[in-house]
Design a protein around this ligand. Structure first.
Ligand code: ADP
Length: 415
């Protein structure tokens, strides 16, 4: 089957076309046939599309909304220029899988989309006001352009974390607030942590129940996840993706009293403070330079920029703290896995995070660490180490495509 995987943001649409089915999943032989991204939807959009094995093609076009963007993608996918094997007409796309950010407590696994699922995703909008509406736009656009005969599946960032115990997901605020408003930790990046756990158990030759790892997704957004017996038992992101690690522009953990203090001292509204914490903090806020880890490492190397170093050090220390916290929470673990743009590509950051953890059985082999860049799966711990340390490039799209196939088989419901 050819599955179109869509990841819609407020002004962007990412897609992949993946060939997979139960047999291909079994053989680990699924194939990515095309991918692309459309940015700045709503004005002159920037489009990058790429068929497998061919160079990327960049274009610009006025695309009014997500429907226009998806229409553009679909026209390209079936066009003779794209020349994607086995794709000549829209009928060659058998299903659509959507990344949906927030599924709250309602969606514990991926589901075939029908009217009740749409209503469920709408119910979660107040928890993800920027993300869920964009995800819904992608669902509506696909229904309109591909027709109701093509099944669509929603894969939630939060589902993997629905196995967390109460002690991990509750905040220690009056319990009625959880009852009344469902204020709790939900966690995000679930599809990435789940993929990494799945790859780890393939590499290690383990069953799901024997999978015990700490997964570190370090990208623009960052989160750690404690995985016991294959299940997420704790994660660093919370009610929203703001909590936990230091990220590109998000500050992560801090004393909530800072909000009131800021409002008072700087005369800021809650909305302004929310923007400050989400968009102007983290690596960008500390360095005053950039949210991009690669650029910070360059600034440090070439100009010995003090605040670039400070931002990187804060980032690494926060990850280190959570490794310690999760080792204690899990009573030890078998492996630490790095993923995400930074986790997959930066030997320097991985080394800085793990420095000083030797007494906990965590030690990186410098040579192996240096080979782990550019999308390679590599084990980077020193020989004889207590814990395995691995770099596993994430592949959320593949998991979404596979979930789509499996969900359709289990529940061949339609609109
Ligand atoms: P997102 O969370 O938006 O998916 P990514 O997972 O692509 O983001 O991660 C983006 C981050 O990865 C950026 O901070 C970027 O600088 C960083 N990154 C990518 N390659 C490298 C590298 N070679 N060294 C250090 N950081 C890198």
């Amino acid at each position: 089957m050819n599955i179109l995987v869509l990841n819609c943001g407020s002004s962007s649409l990412k897609f992949q076309l993946i060939e997979t089915d139960l047999d291909l999943i079994e053989k680990n032989a699924d194939a990515q046939k095309a991918k692309g991204i459309i940015e700045r939807i709503g004005s002159q959009a920037l489009i990058t599309v790429q068929a497998a094995g061919k160079p990327a093609v960049k274009q610009a076009a006025p695309l009014r909304d997500h429907r226009a963007a998806l229409d553009y993608v679909l026209r390209w996918v079936i066009s003779p220029e794209a020349q994607i094997p086995g794709i000549r007409a829209l009928a060659d796309i058998q299903a659509v899988g959507h990344r949906v950010v927030h599924g709250a407590e309602k969606f514990v696994k991926s589901v075939v989309i029908d009217q009740s699922v749409i209503e469920g995703i709408e119910d979660c909008i107040e928890l993800a006001p920027l993300h869920n509406p964009a995800n819904l736009k992608g669902i509506y656009a696909a229904r309109e352009l591909l027709g109701t005969g093509v099944p669509q599946v929603a894969v939630f960032d939060t589902s993997f974390h629905t196995t967390m115990p109460e002690t991990s997901y509750l905040y220690a605020i009056p319990y009625q607030l959880y009852r009344r408003h469902k204020i709790r930790r939900y966690g995000f990046h679930g599809t990435s942590h789940r993929y990494v756990a799945y790859r780890y158990r393939e590499i290690a030759g383990l069953t799901r129940e024997k999978t015990n790892i700490i997964s570190l997704h370090l990208g623009n957004g960052c989160s750690a996840c404690a995985i016991r017996n294959g299940d997420s038992v704790d994660t660093t992101m919370g009610l929203t993706p703001l909590e936990g690690l230091v990220m590109g522009t998000r500050g992560g953990d801090m004393d909530p009293s800072i909000l009131e203090f800021l409002a008072h001292k700087e005369g800021m509204s809650l909305t302004e403070i929310d923007t400050l914490l989400n968009k102007q903090s983290g690596l960008l806020g500390i360095s005053g330079l950039t949210n991009d880890m690669r650029e910070l490492l360059e600034e440090e190397r070439e100009h010995k920029d003090r605040r670039a170093t400070l931002a990187i050090d804060l980032f690494c220390l926060r990850v280190k703290k959570y490794i310690g916290a999760y080792l204690a929470e899990l009573g030890g673990t078998d492996a630490i896995v790095f993923t995400g743009g930074i986790g997959e590509n930066s030997p320097a950051i991985r080394a800085r995070i793990c420095t000083g953890l030797e007494n906990l059985g965590i030690a990186i082999d410098e040579k192996l660490n240096n080979t782990a860049t550019g999308g390679k799966e590599v084990e980077i711990n020193k020989a004889g180490n207590k814990l395995r340390i691995l770099v596993i490039p994430t592949n959320e799209e593949l998991l979404i495509a596979r979930d789509t196939v499996r969900s359709i088989k289990d529940a061949p419901r339609r609109w």
